[in-house]
Design a protein around this ligand. Structure first.
Ligand SMILES: O=P(O)(O)OC[C@H]1O[C@](O)(CO)[C@@H](O)[C@@H]1O
Length: 243
C-alpha cells in the first residue's frame, strides 16, 4: 500500500485529483469507479478545475459508482445520482450515457444487483476505484459483517451509518434504511484503488483498517490484500498510524 500524507483536506484533494488525472492521461477511455460522501467532494472540485484548464478530457471516460440508496428517485437531492451530477458530471464533458449508478428505484434487489455486475463487466472492469472510508470501516456501503460480500447487493444500513448520514437529511427518520452497493469482491477486482480520508474522527479507523488484522468486521481492511492501493489522507486522519 502507498500512503500520501498531506497537510490538510485541500492538499489531499489535489493529490487524489492528480492521481486520477494521470490515469485519464494514460488511458483516455478508462473506467473510473466513483464514490460519494463528503471525502471525495474536494477531489471532484480539483478535477473540474483541471477540466476547465484544458488539462483533462472526460469525453471517452466511463464511470461506475459504488452505491445508491434504495428507494430514492434520481431527482431526490440526497440520491447519489443527484450528488454525482451536482459535484462532477454536470461540470465536465462526460457523456451521461457513459455514467453508471445503481438504480435505487428498482424494487427487485436481486435483478438490479446482478444487472449492475453485468454493467461493470461489460465496461471491462474498473481501472481506478475511488473510495471514502466510513467510521466503522465501511467502503461503499459494505458494513461490518461476518463475511466479505462478493458482488453488488442490497444492504441494511447500520445505526452508525444512518447517524453519520442524517446530516444530509431533514432527520434520521428520512435516511433510507437500505442501499445497493458494489460488494467487497467487486471493489477488489478494480485494477487500482485510491482511498481518500480526512479528519481526526477517522484516525482510529485508518489505523485499524490498514495496520490491524484483515477482518470483515473492518471491511476496508481487505484492501491490505489488493496489489495496487493508494491511501491519501491528511495529517489528522493519519495521526494514529503506528510509526
Ligand atoms: O466521506 P464521508 O462523508 O465521511 O463518508 C464516508 C463513507 O460513507 C458513505 O458516505 C456511506 O455512508 C460512503 O459513500 C463514504 O465512502
Amino acid at each position: 500500500m502507498k500512503f500520501y500524507e498531506e497537510k490538510d483536506y485541500d492538499a489531499l484533494s489535489r493529490r487524489a485529483a492528480n492521481i486520477i488525472a494521470a490515469q485519464m492521461t494514460l488511458k483516455p477511455d478508462c473506467v473510473l469507479g466513483l464514490a460519494t460522501g463528503s471525502s471525495p467532494i474536494g477531489t471532484y472540485k480539483c478535477l473540474i478545475e483541471k477540466y476547465e484548464n484544458g488539462d483533462i478530457d472526460f469525453s471517452q471516460v466511463k464511470t461506475a459508482n459504488l452505491d445508491e440508496y434504495k428507494g430514492l428517485t434520481r431527482d431526490n437531492d440526497q440520491s447519489y445520482y443527484y450528488f454525482m451530477h451536482e459535484n462532477l458530471f454536470d461540470h465536465v464533458n462526460i457523456d451521461p450515457a457513459n455514467t453508471n449508478i445503481p438504480d435505487g428505484t428498482k424494487e427487485d434487489s436481486e435483478a438490479e444487483c446482478s444487472h449492475y455486475e453485468e454493467v461493470i463487466a461489460s465496461l471491462g472492469g474498473v481501472d481506478l476505484q475511488l473510495l471514502g472510508l466510513g467510521h466503522n470501516g465501511h467502503i461503499g456501503f459494505n458494513e461490518p459483517a461476518a463475511d466479505f460480500p462478493q458482488a453488488t447487493h442490497c444492504v441494511d444500513l447500520q445505526e452508525r451509518t444512518i447517524e453519520a448520514n442524517k446530516r444530509f437529511f431533514a432527520s434520521a427518520d428520512d435516511v433510507p434504511r437500505q442501499a445497493y452497493t458494489m460488494g467487497i469482491g467487486t471493489i477488489m477486482r478494480a485494477k487500482k484503488i485510491l482511498l481518500v480520508v480526512s479528519g481526526q474522527d477517522k484516525a482510529e479507523t485508518v489505523a485499524k483498517a490498514f495496520f490491524g488484522p484483515v477482518t470483515p468486521e473492518v471491511p476496508a481492511s481487505i484492501l491490505q490484500f489488493h496489489p495496487d492501493v493508494t491511501i491519501v489522507g491528511d495529517q489528522a486522519a493519519f495521526s494514529k498510524i503506528p510509526r
